[in-house]
Write a protein that binds this ligand. Structure first.
Ligand code: TXA
Ligand code: MG
Length: 375
């Protein structure tokens, strides 16, 4: 049995000194219940963040982390991000005595925390680290981010534990941006979902590695590469995109998340890139593959004509700009999938600003990419 409790993020207030007050009783009680679960070995809770919903458990407890992997059916060699509510908590709970956050991260932490940016930190001595080896897949590094969502921040500070949290979807499915998505994938497998409404960013955090020179972008996400280059000073101007798209087969794996099937609805996703208004490309694809009579949904972004001009009945607009498309992409994939369509045709976007993260997810979701012109 999975309980879903509606919580109100506007009822949560942090004083400048970090003192938490919650003015709504239901929200307060739900957070207390969630806190008790997280503090119990093996306890996991789904909660909203500004990016996507997370499935959280204590980063310091192997039993809890194992429960996360089990609920999601996630491969155990794909490590998790730890979530903290303050720098103080990062120092007290995750770093070794005397260990400092590398200087290179300072300008980005100042600019983007709390927010959708995840950094990699070294574990200088695994035998002394408090982090469960299940979080790191027994590696020599860990990843951490400070979410801005008030429900996430309140939960982490009430537990006073770092919370390991992958996206709260079943492994391989599109990430969840609403509590109903979490319920759909994980009902019966987790005790509690905190329903804080839909997520503002809509796709996951950006994962960066500043422990190498040049620094690397391991996963594009809610903070764009352009923003990192602009805010990070000379070091971050050199940032290298670990792998542009996930479709290449021969590049070495830099971050475990890269090698897995991801973000896939049940319907087959066909991604159209550089196809202008889409009419001739889509019509040609339908004809060539003999898809007349199939149930197809079209997700439009910027330039595509209306679906009816392509002989397609179901149409959704992803949005007019990068932020809107980013916010809607996972939920629209899920929504049309729920309608039982056979195919989801998606109009791709350019790979600058939010487009890099959007196309990263769409390329992973797609089983076919139709590319009309180099873009
Ligand atoms: O926005 C987000 O980051 C969400 C919310 C819940 O905070 N979380 C999330 O977690 O997307 P997850 O587990 O779905 O993705 C974590 C990514 C994976 O691609 C994983 O391979 C990578 O981060 N990662 C985690 N720890 C790592 C490490 N030590 N070294 C390299 N990559 C790591
Ligand atoms: Mg995920």
């Amino acid at each position: 049995h999975t309980k879903v409790i509606k919580v109100d993020k506007n009822s949560i207030h942090f004083s400048p000194e970090g003192r938490l007050t919650i003015t709504d009783k239901v929200t307060e009680n739900a957070l207390k219940e969630a806190t008790e679960i997280i503090k119990t070995p093996g306890g996991v809770v789904a909660f909203p963040t500004e990016t996507v919903y997370g499935l959280g458990g204590s980063s310091l407890c192997t039993e809890s982390v194992k429960a996360i992997y089990a609920a999601k059916h996630r491969p155990a060699d794909n490590p998790l991000i730890s979530h903290i509510a303050s720098i103080d908590q990062l120092q007290r709970r995750l770093l070794l005595p005397g260990q400092e956050i590398p200087e290179v991260y300072k300008p980005l932490i100042d600019k983007f925390w709390p927010g959708p940016l995840t950094i990699i930190l070294p574990i200088p001595d695994k035998s002394k680290s408090p982090i469960s080896t299940a979080v790191t897949a027994n590696g020599d590094t860990f990843t951490v981010r400070m979410p801005v969502h008030p429900i996430a921040r309140a939960l982490i500070s009430m537990c006073d534990l770092p919370i390991a949290a992958p996206s709260a979807n079943a492994s391989t499915r599109p990430s969840p941006t609403r509590a109903s998505h979490v319920y759909h994938d994980l009902k019966g497998r987790i005790p509690l979902i905190l329903d804080g409404g839909s997520c503002d960013v809509g796709l996951e955090s950006t994962v960066i590695d500043g422990t190498v020179d040049p620094p690397m972008l391991l996963r594009p996400g809610g903070v764009s590469v352009e923003q990192i280059r602009a805010a990070g000073g000379p070091f971050w101007k050199k940032i290298v995109i670990a792998r542009r798209l996930s479709t290449g087969k021969n590049e070495p794996v830099k971050t475990p998340g890269m090698k897995y099937r991801h973000y896939s609805p049940t319907a087959e996703v066909v991604l159209f890139i550089g196809c202008g208004d889409g009419v001739s490309s889509v019509r040609k694809y339908v004809k060539d593959k003999g898809l007349e009579g199939k149930k197809i949904a079209l997700l439009r972004s910027k330039e595509f004509a209306e679906a009816k001009e392509m002989g397609i009945e179901i149409e959704r607009d992803l949005g007019r700009d990068g932020l809107e498309i980013q916010r809607n992409v996972f939920s629209e994939l899920r929504e049309v999938d729920e309608m039982g369509v056979d195919y989801i045709f998606v109009e791709g976007v350019g790979e600058d600003h939010e487009g890099l993260a959007i196309m990263n997810r769409l390329n992973k979701a797609a089983s076919v990419v139709v590319r009309e012109q180099a873009s």
